[in-house]
Design a protein around this ligand. Sequence first.
Ligand code: F6R
Length: 610
Amino acid sequence: MCGIVGAVAQRDVALILLEGLKRLEYRGYDSAGVAILSRDDRLQRVRVAGKVKELEDALAREALYGSTGIAHTRWATHGKPSFSNAHPHVCRGEIALVHNGIIENHEELRAQQLALGYEFTSETDTEVVVNQVHHHATGGKDLLEAVMDTVAELDGAYALGVISRSEPQRLIAARRGSPLVIGVGIGEHFIASDVFALLPVTQRFVFLEDGDIADITRQAITIYDSKRNEIERPIRVSELTADAAEKSGFRHFMLKEIFSQPRAVAETLEGRIAEGRVVEEAFGPNAASVLDTIHSVHIVACGTSYHAGLIARYWMEAIAGLPCSVEVASEFRYRRLVVRPETLFVSISQSGETADTLAALREAKQRGYAHSLAICNVPESSLTRESELVVMTRAGPEIGVASTKAFTTQLVVLMLLVILLGRRHGLGVEDEHALVAQLESLPGKLNAVLELSDQIQTLAEQFANKHHTLYLGRGSLYPVAMEGALKLKEISYIHAEAYPAGELKHGPLALVDDDMPVVAVAPNNGLLEKLKSNLQEVRARGGRLYVFADPAAGVENSPGVQVLNVAPIEEPIAPVIYTVPLQLFAYHVAVLKGADIDQPRNLAKSVTVE
Ligand code: F6R
């Protein structure tokens, strides 16, 4: 999604803004731009309908000097990716503005502004915002008041950075629904969509709340809430360092993140288990009293995080004995539903900024769920600030658009939750010890499965020229198949669909032929024999099988069947392990296809619009 960077400093800010944009590239975008106030107070702007590298080249040809500026990477919503739709948008050479979000009443505002004689140079919803700020500013208001009056008239979501030629030492920032942080420097201040963008210049941040408007100069940061009351927001010191967002010798962020899963899982467990049991306080000081009251669970999330929820449902019902439903956030938020009493609302999100998941949490609070718990990877994100209980996944920054380590660490936290709830509903100490031992064995087992990378690469060679594929799994391995299919389609652009293997004969089997490879995950569990029968159904129709299987599963290499053995792993933790070869498989196929691994087309890392 769109990325914002801004600065008000004593030094030239062009390179700081450019570096910030590079560090936001992972969010996904299609065009980029920068606007800087020159020392003689001219508003200079450079935009490109392409990547930040092209913006950098353009700035090398036409250097912009000045100490106040804003910059932007755009992920198209209203209007195609193009030069004229790229931000910053400028009104009458006076005011420049960058925006992340969607303005829902832009048509109404556009009509009013046309009547006032404003002209439009883009198809964006954003241009009405800069015009409106200009309109209020020409009515005698200063930039802060003009932005305050403008945001009061906006419906929808926004994070904004605004500068004005007539107030060159001032940067106004505002947010509602889209993320924005202020970077606190010494004699200079910054804004950005996330902390990564600013780590080279500061580690001190103020996280704006919904409705906040900040008046930022070199010397001061003054924040107002939506009622225009001046308020204090704490300065937090980030533990991240500037190299947190670097590839560390890996060819792609995604590969680095896949290989960091053993460490990420170990960190997620750190301090949360002791003497073979889950430490209840790890879920927060109020966790015990909240969990005591819970008799059912509703999990809501999007994409990969939703798949984590689907796996947790199997665990929640089998281990904790609690009814558990799982739903995609974009459906949940608009559905009339029956809320069971004593239900815990669980939201899962890597970024903590996904608009649908956030809206679902807000909706859940209105609809009378007993309590809410968020599982999240980004500290200080909106989701963590709005949920009653919060458990961090501690996967570290995830830069590749395709989520990997965030998913496996979400599963670890979900298992901890299942154990804590299970304890209250008949899970015995011995069973808890056994589950905790499985969790503790994960880093070692993950390391073993990562060693399969070269073999998986060889397997991938047979896929690079395919256009469609089916993924199969059963039980809790069915969501693993869903996640594997999602990874393949998002980074290699090969069409992949997942089915519970038993469902194949009810329709999808019609698709199977020599040109439709079928990928299956086959741990040695209670459903193995059923799965093997389903695989026979595929073979009998000439389908080629690629099976990730336990060595004891009895699935052998044979004509049309290729098996890759995955080290033995117990239930119920098998989904965590079987996810990894599917991540590697998608990765290697996409590399062979020459795809843009870390920034797949059309996708964004942090989906901050509905
Ligand atoms: C897929 C992927 C997306 C996200 C989804 C939710 O690899 O990354 O499907 O999982 O957009 O994002 P979060 O977890 O940030 O809410």
